[in-house]
Design a protein around this ligand. Structure first.
Ligand SMILES: NC(=O)c1ccc[n+]([C@@H]2O[C@H](COP(=O)([O-])OP(=O)(O)OC[C@H]3O[C@@H](n4cnc5c(N)ncnc54)[C@H](O)[C@@H]3O)[C@@H](O)[C@H]2O)c1
Ligand SMILES: [Fe+2]
Length: 384
């Protein structure tokens, strides 16, 4: 057994209505001035007001930065940092999906580290801890509330880039499923498939551990049982609670085991074609898994079982096929397309996307099958 580390956020608070605990948490962290980091859509949902109300008992000055965009560009971090400095804030509360949480996390470390976020793209390059971040997810997808990662879009290179450092881990994660109820079905579907991809990629990662395995398998089980209901009826409390927990578990799993080729191949789709992260992952997932199954066959049978497939009597190889069919069925049921061409991607872009994806060595290193640029091009072609 190789030596491994396990990292997660300082405190994780879960449960319906757990947002109500936020005032105590910000006081415990010694905050005096708080900046809420969110996006314009969430302002309209009323969720930001809910967070303000929950913060009121702390009696602290609270500012607002609401310029986060989906799949945020590096420049958005610079803007948020400016807002933090201008207002003299000493704690950031991120309210939103992965986009808002990642912008808050990245901005918080730049307050105490010089330069811009581009200087820290890569693994463990941030010298000092930043301001504390309290992460309040409103999607059940990215798990960013428990990951040491911020993902940002580089427009010039048309790539998504990752900053990875333990200093990006939020001090507190408040996972309140009530905040996910306003998600429309297509966002519920896309973010839920992102969480499934995290769990699957963590489970077959070459860096998986016994701790991450148990989290990842449980997440796969819960998502295959509850994602359809959450999409069909967003007000179903049991489905929302289960999806919030599954996203959290999958986040903890991949924060430690890593994700692999699905995410690496999804990045060019996000950067060049602005395909939402969860949709890009969901479309690629079955095709990358077809390529990966040779690298981790017995694990595919375990995942098929977790998804409720009757594969006990089947060979590992046949069970792996059942798993891939099951994820395609889940995608189809939640109305996510099965092909890249349905997302506005053109075939001529594939060689360039493969050149982009092969550069994501940080993630490809976790993948159970080693891929060349030709392999990646073939996967895109099959997914096309
Ligand atoms: N840091 C990490 O570990 C990590 C992991 C996976 C993905 N990501 C990144 O996270 C980003 C994607 O995050 P996401 O999928 O959560 O989506 P998002 O944050 O981009 O949000 C998508 C849309 O959903 C809306 N929305 C969010 N919650 C809502 C709610 N409760 N009600 C109504 N609307 C709501 C937002 O306003 C936005 O318009 C990508 O940039 C991706 O690369 C980061
Ligand atoms: Fe993801």
């Amino acid at each position: 057994m190789k030596i491994s580390y396990f990292w997660t956020s300082g405190t994780i608070i879960t449960g319906w209505g757990s947002l109500g605990r936020i005032a105590d948490e910000v006081k415990n962290l010694g905050a005096t001035r708080i900046l809420l980091v969110t996006d314009p859509v969430l302002l309209k949902t009323g969720l930001v007001d809910k967070v303000r109300e929950a913060l009121a008992p702390a009696g602290l000055e609270t500012g607002l930065f609401s310029e986060v965009e989906p799949e945020p560009r590096l420049e958005v971090v610079a803007k948020c940092l400016q807002a933090v400095k201008d207002g003299g804030y000493d704690l950031l509360v991120a309210v939103g999906g992965g986009s808002s949480m990642d912008v808050a996390k990245a901005s918080a470390v730049l307050v105490t580290n010089s330069g811009t976020i581009d200087d820290y793209i890569g693994v463990n390059l941030i010298p000092r801890p930043g301001l504390p971040v309290v992460a309040v997810p409103t999607t059940a997808g990215t798990g960013s509330e428990v990951t040491p990662i911020a993902i940002l879009s580089d427009e010039n290179e048309q790539l998504k880039k990752g900053v990875v450092s333990p200093y990006l881990l939020p001090r507190v994660a408040i996972v309140d499923p009530e905040l996910t109820v306003t998600m429309p079905p297509h966002i519920t579907a896309a973010t839920g498939m992102d969480a499934l991809t995290h769990a699957v990629e963590a489970y077959i990662s070459v860096n998986a551990t016994t701790i991450t395995d148990s989290l990842a398998l449980t997440a796969i089980k819960i998502i295959s049982r509850y994602l359809r209901t959450a999409v069909a009826n967003g007000e179903d409390r049991e489905a929302r609670e289960n999806m919030a927990m599954a996203s959290l578990l999958a986040g903890i799993a991949f924060a430690n085991a890593g994700v692999g080729a699905v995410h690496a191949l999804a990045y060019p789709l996000g950067a060049q074609f602005h395909v939402p992260h969860g949709v890009a992952n969901a479309v690629l997932l079955p095709y990358v898994m077809e390529s990966n199954l040779l690298g981790a066959l017995p694990r595919f049978k375990e995942m098929a079982l977790a998804m409720g497939e009757r594969v006990e009597e089947l060979s590992d190889r046949a069970a792996a096929d059942k798993f891939i069919e099951a994820i395609k069925q889940l995608s189809t049921d939640v109305k996510i397309p099965l092909h890249l061409r349905e997302l506005g991607v053109n075939a001529e872009a594939i060689p360039g996307m493969a050149e982009g994806a092969i550069k994501v060595t940080r993630l490809l290193a976790n993948n159970p099958r080693k891929l060349t640029v030709d392999d990646i091009r073939e996967i895109y072609e099959r997914a096309f």
